[in-house]
Unconditional design. Structure first.
Length: 285
């Protein structure tokens, strides 16, 4: 395989769990791999492990806390400087917080990390992705039937609830997927969202959302809980399947379409969140 034939890919949250499993598989395919992680030590350890396990030395680490817009902008600039092509972006990173927190910009932190971070990163990389077409963007979502409260995005009026805040922030991934697919129609770039299923996750850390859950059930049902590697199969299907060439604006589970929550099927709601997100994230330049 020549350099011209190799795909250049970027996976966020690639140092552990689902993101690491996806990154490992793509590196094994021979792709030039970019890994976006928040922590340098853990990210470098994962990078070295993936390179050694796959025999692929073309593995690169980029650092950013997706909750910080300054860090996202710096990471995007570093990615553009390193990669002259970008054929695949997997927006995987996400988290949940047991108490309300805010980003450096004053944005409720689950919204900042799970929606605005990927929104800003994707838009900063979009010219490079379009220039690499055919290319794919895969957003990793969840399956919580809820709706975004546009009048209280930052949970200043309501009592903060971790899983509701997480669910609403991840719903932003679907709004973003559908609106971005509409805007990219005809460019050769596809955008789809995948629900990876329920699997063993460190979402929110050991004291966070799924961390507490897994502690309570692991002793009884640990054998039955899918691994990140199993969940990664769903993401990888969207990332590399020839059957999905040219398919865009879809929400899929295990190789089949899923019915998205009602609010995300409203084009006006998609555009409304996009406009709000642009204002919160600020200009690209």
């Amino acid at each position: 395989m020549t350099d011209a034939d190799r795909r250049t890919v970027l996976v966020t949250g690639a140092n552990s769990g689902l993101g690491k499993a996806v990154a490992l598989a793509l590196a094994r395919d021979g792709a030039r791999l970019g890994m976006l992680a928040r922590d340098r030590r853990r990210g470098e350890a994962a990078r070295e492990e993936i390179a050694a396990a796959t025999g692929n030395p073309d593995v690169h680490l980029f650092l950013a806390d997706l909750g910080s817009q300054d860090e996202v902008r710096r990471a995007a600039a570093a990615i553009i400087a390193r990669f002259d092509r970008l054929h695949l972006l997997v927006n995987n990173a996400g988290t949940a917080y047991p108490t309300r927190r805010t980003s450096p910009e004053g944005i409720e932190r689950s919204l900042a990390v799970n929606h605005l971070g990927p929104f800003l990163l994707t838009r900063l990389l979009l010219d490079r992705i379009k220039a690499s077409a055919p290319a794919r963007i895969v957003n990793v979502g969840t399956r919580i039937d809820t709706a975004i409260d546009f009048d209280d995005l930052h949970w200043t009026r309501r009592r903060y609830r971790m899983m509701q805040a997480y669910g609403q922030s991840k719903l932003g991934n679907l709004h973003f997927t559908f609106e971005l697919a509409r805007r990219l129609d005809g460019t050769g770039v596809t955008v789809n969202c995948v629900f990876p299923g329920v699997f063993r996750s460190n979402l929110g850390g050991t004291d966070g959302a799924q961390g507490i859950f897994w502690k309570s059930v692991d002793a009884l049902l640990g054998w039955a809980i899918p691994t990140p590697e199993r969940a990664a199969e769903r993401v990888l299907y969207l990332a590399r399947s020839p059957q999905l060439e040219g398919v865009t604006g879809q929400y899929l589970g295990d190789r089949r379409p899923l019915r998205a929550p009602a609010q995300t099927r409203d084009p006006e709601a998609n555009r409304r969140l996009w406009d709000i997100s642009e204002r919160l994230a600020g200009p690209l330049a």
